[in-house]
Structures are given as structure tokens and as C-alpha cells.
Design a binder for this molecule. Structure first.
Ligand SMILES: Cc1cc2nc3c(=O)[nH]c(=O)nc-3n(C[C@H](O)[C@H](O)[C@H](O)COP(=O)(O)OP(=O)(O)OC[C@H]3O[C@@H](n4cnc5c(N)ncnc54)[C@H](O)[C@@H]3O)c2cc1C
Length: 448
């Protein structure tokens, strides 16, 4: 059976294996069956029965795709251990499906999730505060409002922050006029309002950064769904994507779809042909490629990115602004007992996606649990699927399975792939429903 013949539910079997391992562990606990845990697979699970590290303290920073998953699975694996999750926002707003909000298909509630269920499902303490500092020597996390937290193991999944000023004139305050909408929330709502207010016949400019960046297919899904909105509401309008790159994720699939569904509404300009934006002027709504100027009615700047600020201020990043880690365990290469997962870390061939962060978080939870019990590392594998909607009923995807090799995380050859260019409309429609299914499944898996 090919990967694309499987549904998201089937793809989740990988994760149910982890849940099954956990349930088996519980069975062993209740049956006092440590002696049953003789197989290599169950060895470390059996050892947890000794409970020698029940006083260990784990702090997780970031309640997004990586952090909330890791906290939940650490709690499942180590019910007696004290786990604290620190998140600066009261609710988490997902970037996945935020493009459907921008184009008016869903509202903000659809992508907003509270931490209540995560707390009631587990014994995790969720603290709504900003982490302002980490001391890797004394092993303390400083909070803005609360007192310092001591940790034995620290997990960071702080996501991304923008590299302000790399595009001249694009500073944090500029995003109030020219939104990036690359962290979901008020920025998503702002871009949506601007599109609604734009006149028919207006020009939308989207600028896309060079690799690596959060969600490689994201800018192109955004252009597609904005085109969907404009075609219905302001059909004389146009979208120009000014791209720093010469190629992008799922490119033939997107371009086929744009040609057939949107005619000439979307124009993509590659980096080598005038797409690499160097400067913006928010006052005159102008973007510059060298001396060439483009004036837009709505301008969405997706700037170059780096690991979240807290990772950088703790000295967990390299010169490029991302966190090097042991790609088998996600322990930082720069500070012991600190683990970095999700967009902030360098995870070999895995893309910076929510699904990848979720997959990494589970592996990280298993490896930390093993290390707390003095057990050997577990042989990991990961999965990722990135769905993109071109319309609400036209979905495309790219999927891969990953393993650990000497050079780090690599894709398993022959596993996964992209949607077929020849697929029927009915398959596109199925993939669109899989995208929704994937979203509901992963949200439930993480926040409950
Ligand atoms: C438009 C768009 C569409 C996308 N669509 C998809 C998709 O369809 N599928 C997919 O798999 N991925 C998608 N992604 C990518 C996905 O959103 C990210 O890869 C994912 O969120 C990364 O998870 P993370 O845990 O690294 O970061 P996040 O999920 O961003 O979580 C980081 C959290 O850390 C918190 N935080 C940071 N610093 C601190 C601090 N100092 N103190 C307290 N809290 C802090 C932040 O508030 C945030 O809540 C999309 C992204 C975009 C922009």
C-alpha cells in the first residue's frame, strides 16, 4: 500500500505504538510485572517501575506543537514526576489552518486551543508566564512574573522569532502595518482585516524567505487560499509572490493547481529573477528588490527566521540562529540536560513543521524517560506529513518517514512522497478532508 493510499488515521498508528507502549507499562505497573519486561523493547519500560527518579523535575518551555506534546507524553510515561509547562500565551493559536482564517473559511476560534484539557488529563502544572532567562549551571529557569523554577531536565520548544532588520526597514513595529502572520494570533487577524478592506483590483504582495524557515509549503498555501477568497469577492485583484528562492515545496503541484483554478491571478517571481526582497517602506506600501520597486495594497512579509529568542539568549544557537542537538535524543550540543525540539532545533532532513515537532517531542519524551532511569537510548523513527489546501476541496500533501543515521536524521528511501500530479479531482477532495482530519487528530493528541 502506498503512503498516499493511507488515511491520516492509519498514519497515526506510529503514535499509537507509543501509546501502546505506555499502556503496557501501566499494565506492568499494576501487575507488578517487572519480570515480564525482559525483551529489548520493553526493557526501559520495565525499569521505570523501580521509580528511582520520582523526585526529578522537568520543565518544558513553550506550549505549542513541540512543547505541549512533550509535556503530555512525559507525563504519560512518568506519572510520578513533576512536570511544569511554561507558556507565555493564555491560549495557543495554531499556524496550521491559519491560512483558512486569513481567507475567511474559518474564524479564530477554530485555531485557538486552551490548556485546560492538558491539565485535567495529566498532572502537569501549566504556568502562564514568560521565561526571561535560563541558567544552565544552577539549572534554573527565571520567569517574568513568578519565581525561578529548578529543573533536572529542561525541554525548549520556543518556535521561531523573526530576524528583524535583515530586510531593511522590516522591524517589529513594521509588522503592525505589513503583517508577517507567521506566528498565529493578532497577526493572522490583521492580515485578514486588510484583505477584507482591500478594493477589488488590488495587488497583494507576499514575500517568501530563503530556507530554512517555518513551514516550507506555507507561503504557497497562503497565496492559494487568498486567491480563493479574491476570486469569489474581488476577482480583478492579483497576487505576486516575491520569493528569495528559486524553487519551493510541492512546486509542480501548486503551479498546476494555480494554472487550472486561478488563471493568471497568482504570479510567482523566483529569487534569481527579481524575487529577493531587500528593503520595505511601510509608509508608501513599497517593497524593493535592489532598485526595483513594487507597490502593493496588502503586503505580507514573511521574513527570514531563527530559533525563538530564549534559545538564543541562553547560548543554545549556532551562528545561523538555530539550535544544534544530538539528533537521536534532542539534547543540546551546547548545554547538558537541555533538550531543544521543534522549529528551533536542527533536525537533519526534517522540515520545520508542527507534525515534525510533534513527532520529535514524542521521541524526546521517550529518551528523557530512558535517561532518567539510567537506560540506554531508544532507536528512534519519525514521520511527517504536510498537507496544503489550494481550495477547501483541493488538497495536496508531502509525506516522509525518517530514521537516524551517522549524519543525523535522514528520510527513509522509498517511504512517503508527494501527491500525484495526475490525481483526479476526487483524490484532491479526499486529501482536503484528510487535511482537516489530520488537524483535528493532532490538536486532540496535543491539547486534548
Ligand atoms: C501559515 C502556516 C501554516 C502552517 N501549517 C502547517 C501545517 O499544515 N502542518 C504542519 O505540520 N505545520 C504547519 N505549520 C508549521 C507549524 O506551525 C510549526 O512548525 C510549529 O508550530 C512548530 O512547533 P514549535 O513547538 O517549534 O513552536 P510553536 O508551536 O510556535 O510553539 C512555541 C511556543 O513557545 C512559546 N514561547 C516561546 N518563547 C517563550 C518564552 N520565553 N516563555 C514562554 N513561552 C514561550 C510561544 O508563545 C509558543 O506558544 C504552519 C506554519 C505557518 C506559519
Amino acid at each position: 500500500m502506498s503512503w498516499h493510499a493511507t488515511s491520516p488515521t492509519e498514519r497515526y498508528i506510529h503514535y499509537w505504538e507509543i501509546r501502546t507502549m505506555i499502556n503496557r507499562r501501566r499494565f506492568l505497573q499494576y501487575s507488578g510485572g517487572a519480570a515480564l519486561a525482559g525483551s529489548a523493547n520493553l526493557g526501559w519500560l520495565g525499569m521505570t517501575l523501580a521509580g528511582t527518579h520520582n523526585d526529578a523535575r522537568i520543565v518544558v518551555i513553550g506550549g505549542g506543537f513541540g512543547g505541549a506534546t512533550c509535556a503530555r507524553y512525559l507525563a504519560l510515561l512518568n506519572p510520578a514526576i513533576h512536570i511544569t509547562l511554561v507558556e507565555r500565551n493564555k491560549n495557543f493559536v495554531t499556524c496550521p489552518f491559519s491560512n483558512t482564517v486569513i481567507s475567511g473559511l474559518h474564524d479564530m476560534d477554530y485555531i485557538t486551543h486552551s490548556f485546560d484539557k492538558l491539565q485535567s488529563d495529566t498532572k502537569i502544572t501549566v504556568i502562564n508566564d514568560e521565561v526571561t532567562g535560563i541558567d544552565p549551571v544552577t539549572k534554573k529557569v527565571q520567569l517574568q512574573k513568578g519565581k525561578a523554577l529548578r529543573y533536572d531536565r529542561l525541554v525548549l520548544s520556543p518556535g521561531i522569532d523573526m530576524r528583524w532588520g535583515v530586510i531593511e526597514g522590516y522591524e517589529q513595529k513594521t509588522a503592525d502595518k505589513l503583517p508577517h502572520a507567521w506566528q498565529a494570533g493578532p497577526q493572522t487577524a490583521l492580515l485578514r482585516r486588510q484583505l477584507r478592506a482591500m478594493k477589488d483590483g488590488g495587488l497583494v504582495i507576499i514575500t517568501a524567505p530563503d530556507n530554512p524557515f517555518r513551514c516550507p509549503p506555507g507561503p504557497y498555501e497562503r497565496a492559494s487560499l487568498i486567491a480563493y477568497y479574491l476570486q469569489k469577492n474581488k476577482p480583478k485583484s492579483k497576487i505576486v509572490i516575491l520569493d528569495a528562492k528559486d524553487k519551493f515545496s510541492k512546486q509542480p503541484l501548486f503551479q498546476d493547481a494555480w494554472d487550472s483554478l486561478y488563471g493568471h491571478m497568482i504570479e510567482w517571481v523566483p529569487g534569481s529573477q527579481g524575487g529577493k526582497v531587500t528593503k520595505v517602506d511601510a509608509k508608501s506600501n513599497t517593497v524593493y528588490v535592489g532598485t526595483e520597486q513594487h507597490k502593493g495594497d496588502v503586503i505580507n512579509i514573511i521574513p527570514p527566521q531563527q530559533a525563538g529568542d530564549i534559545a538564543r539568549s541562553t547560548g543554545l544557537t549556532n551562528d545561523a540562529g538555530w539550535c544544534p542537538v544530538n539528533q537521536r535524543t534532542f539534547e543540546s550540543s551546547l548545554h547538558a540536560d537541555i533538550y531543544v525540539i521543534g522549529d528551533a532545533c536542527i533536525a537533519g532532513k526534517m522540515p520545520k513543521s508542527g507534525y515534525a515537532a510533534n513527532s520529535q517531542a514524542k521521541v524526546c519524551a521517550v529518551q528523557i524517560s530512558a535517561s532518567l532511569q539510567g537506560m540506554a537510548e531508544v532507536e528512534p523513527s519519525w514521520v511527517n506529513t504536510c498537507y496544503s489546501l489550494v481550495t477547501p476541496t483541493y488538497g495536496i500533501s508531502v509525506a516522509a518517514v525518517y530514521r537516524h543515521a551517522d549524519e543525523g536524521i535522514v528520510a527513509v528511501e522509498g517511504a512517503g512522497g508527494t501527491s500525484s500530479r495526475e490525481a483526479e479531482a476526487s483524490t484532491r477532495s479526499l486529501e482536503a478532508s484528510y487535511a482537516e482530519g489530520w488537524y483535528h487528530g493532532i490538536v486532540r493528541d496535543i491539547w486534548g
